[in-house]
Design a binder for this molecule. Structure first.
Ligand code: 5AD
Ligand code: SF4
Length: 424
């Protein structure tokens, strides 16, 4: 979602006549788009902004703004804290960026544009670097209040975009060459919960699946509490829905899950995974998990490890818990020391590394459909693409196959990617 916000801002800047540069020394405008979901990315944003202080001293005309969820959460306090900043812009006010830049150019400083407007903001500026794969927001905000999570207070309550708007946008994207869409929302499973008469999420997927020319559909992110049988069955039915499900579980112990206010048990989660694999045996499953939540003992952590062993995720995003101001969990003692958190994270990540490599090796000799997205990072003579299960594959070739769906025989499974050859 954060990446998509960056794209939207880039598109607005292009409309105002700016061009993207890779050298920040030559920029006229610098936006630091931030995330506040954990402590680490927030600190990283401050340190990046600190570096720009010097730049501003050399070139007082450069405009520097902070955007994203740190901007939304801290608001005007950031202007006092960082005198280099020209403005603060929250994710609910991205559309005001051109206006803000005009004001700053006219000498108005210290602008703070945060908060949310009623309804769904119309944000549909399509970036000029029109893309093979595009993000499409279908809902924003979250009503869940997991006890550790800052999202509901920085992204606001759940609101869904009307399905006709979503479908029209995807239609327009496909006409400009988009082959894959990633539907975005904090909890896409509860799409249109507050819009009576609207399509449900699986019904929306079916409509998107029927858009001619669209090859692939993905979505993120899902909550096990709201996962329906109809959605699970959609994987078996819809031709363009890719076989990849990101389903965060956060913790393997029921006691911790309850304190997190997640609304499901480990048993329910495991049943959902089983069911997903019954319907779609080749489905790839990834998740988010945390270690060191307040009160997490060794036994609780062992249950997380056991769950990871049992499910054998295709990929796992694991984090050390950090208290976020204003959340319920931040009132509880952060009783796992940094050392304990680091040790648990290292054990968990090592286990997952083994699983990922094992699963990638199992794919050697199989044949996969790959959407070619760009040049390979490691070799100028190779291109990189993704399987429907979202695995990165490097294959020989050049820009003539960019944007193509090709059939690839997998030769080698590595830790973070696969290597293959095109089948003729
Ligand atoms: N501390 C650590 N990790 C967190 N996440 C959300 N809040 C916190 C927090 N306070 C993780 C969750 C979520 C992912 C986006 O970030 O695993 O799914
Ligand atoms: Fe945060 Fe929970 Fe909402 Fe996800 S579902 S955004 S973890 S409150």
């Amino acid at each position: 979602m954060n990446e998509h916000d960056s794209e939207r801002m880039l598109a607005l800047l292009e409309e105002c006549g700016y061009q993207e540069t890779v050298r920040w020394e030559e920029a006229d405008v610098i936006l630091v788009n931030t995330c506040t979901v954990r402590e680490k990315p927030e600190q990283k944003a401050y340190s990046i902004l600190g570096r720009f202080q010097q730049l501003k001293e050399q070139n007082p005309d450069v405009i520097i703004g902070i955007t994203g969820c740190v901007a939304q959460q801290r608001g005007a306090e950031l202007l006092a804290r960082m005198p280099t900043l020209d403005f603060v812009l929250g994710p609910g006010k991205i559309h005001t960026l051109p206006e803000i830049l005009r004001d700053v150019q006219q000498g108005i400083r210290g602008i703070c544009s945060v908060g949310f407007e009623n309804g769904y903001p119309t944000d549909l500026t399509i970036p000029s670097s029109q893309r093979l794969r595009a993000y499409v927001t279908i809902m924003q905000g979250c009503d869940n209040f997991c006890s550790y999570c800052i999202v509901p207070s920085v992204r606001g309550r759940e609101r869904s975009r009307p399905s006709n708007e979503v479908l029209a946008e995807i239609d327009a994207l496909v006409q400009r060459g988009t082959k894959e869409v990633m539907l975005l929302g904090q909890n896409v499973n509860s799409y249109a919960k507050h819009n009576p008469g609207e399509l449900t999420f699986h019904q929306l997927l079916a409509k998107i699946d029927a858009i001619p020319g669209l090859e692939r559909i993905r979505f993120t992110t899902s909550h096990p509490k709201d996962l329906t049988e109809e959605l699970i069955e959609a994987f078996g039915r819809l031709e363009h829905l890719c076989e990849h499900f990101h389903l965060p579980f956060q913790a393997g112990s029921n006691a911790v899950l309850e304190k997190m206010n997640r609304g499901y048990t480990r048993e329910k989660y495991l049943t959902q995974i089983r069911r997903l694999r019954e319907v779609t045996p080749q489905i790839s499953i990834t998740a988010d998990v945390m270690v060191g939540f307040p009160g997490e003992g060794d036994d609780d952590f062992t249950q997380t490890l056991e769950l990871v062993q049992e499910v054998e995720f295709d990929g796992l995003f694991s984090f050390k818990y950090s208290p976020r101001k204003g959340t319920r969990a931040a009132q509880w003692r952060d009783d796992c020391t940094l050392e304990v958190k680091q040790r648990r994270l290292a054990i968990l990540q090592e286990l997952q590394r083994e699983i990922t490599l094992r699963k990638n090796k199992r794919l050697e000799g199989t044949v996969k459909e790959v959407l070619v997205e760009g040049r390979s990072r490691n070799s100028p003579h190779r291109m990189m693409g993704r399987t429907r299960c979202n695995r990165i594959v490097n294959i020989p070739g050049g820009s003539e196959i960019l944007g193509e769906l090709v059939t690839v025989k997998i030769d080698e499974g590595l830790q973070n990617s696969l290597r293959g050859e095109r089948c003729r």
